[in-house]
Ligand binder design. Sequence first.
Ligand code: SAM
Ligand code: DTB
Ligand code: SF4
Length: 331
Amino acid sequence: MNTQTIAFHTPVKKSVMPERWSVDEVEALFKLPFADLLYRAQQVHREHFDPNQVQLSTLLSIKTGGCSEDCGYCPQSAFHSTGVEDRKMLELDAVVAAARAAQQAGADRFCMGAAWREPSQADMLSVVDMVKAVRGLGMETCATLGMLNDEQTEQLREAGLDYYNHNLDTSPEFYGDIISTRDYQDRLDTLERVRRAGMHVCSGGIVGMGEDLTQRAGLVAQLANMNPYPESVPINNLVKVEGTPLAEQADLDPLDFVRTIAVARITMPTARVRLSAGRQQMSDAIQALCFLAGANSIFYGEQLLTTGNPDVQRDRALLDKLGMYAFADKS
Ligand code: SAM
Ligand code: DTB
Ligand code: SF4
C-alpha cells in the first residue's frame, strides 16, 4: 500500500513514471475499515487544506438537451425520452446575469455546461464571449462543452478559461456498458489537449451506475495516475432520471459514496474534491461525512444542469451547522 502519496506526486517524465496507484491498491483503500479510511483521508486533507473551507461552483446550462451522444445516465441525450427539451444556446446577457447572481450569492466559480458531443466553430465564438464576460466579473471560469480539438482548446485558453471539465465518468472496463457513441480514449485525448494548452483540468466521474468495486477503483486509479492528476475532481452520485436507461438502477449505499470521496482524497491529495451531483437526495449527515472524508467543493445553487440541487438556504444552514465557510465569506 502506498503510504507516501505526496512523495509519489513529484512530476516525472511520462515515459519513466511508474503508475502511482494500481487498481488493486485503490481497491484495498475502499476495503479499509470505515474509521481507518476516514482517518487517513482526514490526515491527508489537513496536510493540504483548511478542513473547514469549501469552494462553491455554480453551474449554468448554456445549451440544454438534444445531445447526439448516448450516455446512459444523461437526461440530455437525444437517445432518451426524458422530457428535457432541445433548446438553443443562451444569449450572452442571460449568462452574465446568472453569473452575477451566483457571485452575489457567494459562488467563486461559474461553470458553463453544454449538451454537445463537441462544439462547432460558431458555438466557440459565443462561448469565448461568455468566458471573457464572466471572467470580467472577477469569477473563476469553468466550461464543459464535450470533446475539443487543439484549435478550440487554444481559443478557450486565450479567452482566459480557468478550468475545463471533462469527466472520465467510470473505469475503462465499464465505459462501454454506459456509452457507445465515443471511446474512453476520446476523453483522455481531450483532457491531454486541455492540459497541454495550460488550463486547469476538472475531471471526475459518476458512482452508483451499477459498477462493481473494482470498476469504481478503476475510475479513481485512472484519475490519480494522470500526470499531473486533475486540479478538480467532481464525484457525482448518479441522479436517476426517468426515461434514461439507468432510471431504475439500485441506490448506492451512501457510505460507499463517502468511501469514494475518501479514496479520491487520499490518492489525489492536492485536488479539490467536489461533492457533486446527488446532494439533493443526500442527508446532512452523509454530506458531513463527505466533508470529513476530504470533499472541499460543492455545486452551489438550486439547479445543476437539468436536475435540482439543494437551495442556497439549505446549503448555508448546513455549512453554518458544520462551522464551515466559503472563499467569499473570508475575503
Ligand atoms: N456534454 C459534455 C460532456 O459530456 O462532457 C458536458 C456536459 S455533461 C452533462 C457533464 C457531466 O455531467 C457528465 O460527464 C456526467 O459526469 C455528469 N452527469 C450527467 N448526467 C448525470 C446524472 N444523471 N447523474 C450524475 N451526473 C451526471
Ligand atoms: C460534473 O461533474 N457534474 C456536473 C458538472 N460536472 C457539469 C453536472 C451534473 C449533471 C447532473 C444531471 C443534470 O442536472 O442534468
Ligand atoms: Fe451529451 Fe454530455 Fe449528456 Fe453525454 S453527458 S449525453 S455528452 S450532454
